[in-house]
Design a protein around this ligand. Structure first.
Ligand code: ATP
Ligand code: MG
Length: 372
């Protein structure tokens, strides 16, 4: 390699002959050491202060020194104020123990700039087993260390960001739970006010209307109770709800002569569809009990819930008296409410006369939000 330092020239005067390792037929090894891309130095522990006796081109390039600057000196000149004393001590102990030793150490170039040096020191033994030389290989690992540091930093940043997001999500969940809780409480208050008001109204027809309004508010209260209890607040389990609503409506009606058959498959809809579905079911179920089975008439009520593709289909069939043949004069509130809410759900609804009774079908597209 042009300009490379010949080992023989670097050897101290005490060695008039070239070191055995690089002499005669070993010249090929010497040439290889000189020109290899790995930075290599050799030190002679038999000389005072274990000085460098050989430094290859790669070492000189890495450190910025000339060969005559380094040969004859102990390699501590590579250390500087920021070099870890602990690492130096680790290397020193390894050398003193005449064993292999390696470390990553902060070294200084001739121009004062620093680099991280992955150094590995190996003793070379002579014929009688004494340490004749130490061979040190050096590698500039500054970029790799910087990358590692940057990766560690990025990982720490990511962990911190995740923690922030998690706690923000916790706060959001708490807020949603709190809003559900308050809505439920407010609906209970509305319910209590309607009950009080109903008690003070002498007109039985008006009192009945108020009572029905109260039942609608209760159905909404049930929706919010369910949403509040659920961990996933963006989704609403229809089967669970129907089950509870039937219990509530039948319980309130005091009717024990109506047998209920629930065929409920698991269907989950979006929470923002829940109130509309709940109110429709409340109207239809109330109608079936109230109109389908006037007092003295017993029978059965079948509720079927299923998903077909991305649609939810609910069928409520009673074997009661059936829809009147005479059309009611003017729109009634219950039917208007069902139709309005059905439009909101983009639902298809139908009342069919059965033999006997009435079948109501609600068929709407499921809108499920991402899980919360
Ligand atoms: N399952 C049913 N069986 C028999 N008749 C029914 C059934 N569902 C509804 N009807 C009839 O349809 C009518 C209209 O029902 P709708 O719910 O609109 O009014 P309502 O129940 O009379 O009063 P509200 O407005 O308080 O609900 C009822 O009055 C009843 O005659
Ligand atoms: Mg009604």
């Amino acid at each position: 390699m042009p300009g490379s330092t010949v080992v023989i020239m670097d050897l101290p005067v005490r060695h008039p002959e070239p070191a055995p390792l690089v002499r005669g037929r070993h010249d090929a090894f010497a040439a290889a050491f000189r020109s290899i891309r790995t930075a290599i130095i050799m030190t002679d522990p038999t000389l005072p202060d274990n000085p460098i006796v050989f430094a290859n081109d790669a070492f000189l390039q890495l450190t910025g020194y000339a060969s005559h600057d380094v040969v004859g000196r102990n390699c501590r000149f590579l250390q500087g104020p920021e070099t870890s004393a602990e690492t130096v001590e680790h290397l020193r102990r390894g050398i003193a123990a005449r064993g292999d030793v390696s470390a990553e150490i902060l070294n200084y170039r001739q121009d004062g700039t620093t680099f991280w040096n992955a150094v590995s020191i190996t003793p070379v033994l002579d014929d009688i087993g004494a340490v004749a030389l130490f061979v040190g290989t050096l590698a500039d690992v500054t970029a790799a260390r910087e990358r590692q540091r940057a990766d560690r930093q990025a990982e720490q940043d990511l962990t911190a960001r995740n923690r922030e997001l998690e706690s923000a999500l916790d706060v959001q969940h708490l807020l949603v739970a709190e809003i559900d809780h308050r809505t439920k409480n407010n609906l209970q208050m509305v319910s209590a006010m309607l009950t009080l008001q109903a008690m003070s109204i002498p007109d039985p027809e008006l009192r009945r209307t108020l009572q029905e309004m109260l039942e609608r508010v209760d159905a909404l209260g049930l929706v919010h109770k369910r949403l509040y209890e659920l961990s996933q607040r963006t989704r609403f389990d229809v089967a669970d709800f129907i089950h509870e609503l039937l219990d509530t409506i039948l319980g309130a009606s005091g009717r024990r002569d109506i047998v209920v058959d629930q065929r409920l498959n698991a269907v989950v809809i979006g929470a923002d569809q829940a109130a509309a579905v709940a109110l429709i079911l409340n109207e239809v179920l109330t109608n079936a009990i109230k109109h389908g089975f006037p007092s003295g008439r017993h029978g059965s009520l079948t509720v079927v819930l299923a998903a077909k593709g991305d649609r939810c289909i609910i069928t409520i069939a009673d074997d009661g008296v059936g829809l009147p043949t005479e059309k009611a004069v003017g729109p009634t509130f219950g039917t208007t409410l069902v139709e309005t809410l059905a439009r909101h759900l983009h639902a298809v609804i139908a009342w069919t006369r059965a033999q006997p009774g009435t079948v109501f079908t609600l068929d709407f597209p499921i809108k499920v939000a991402a899980s919360s």
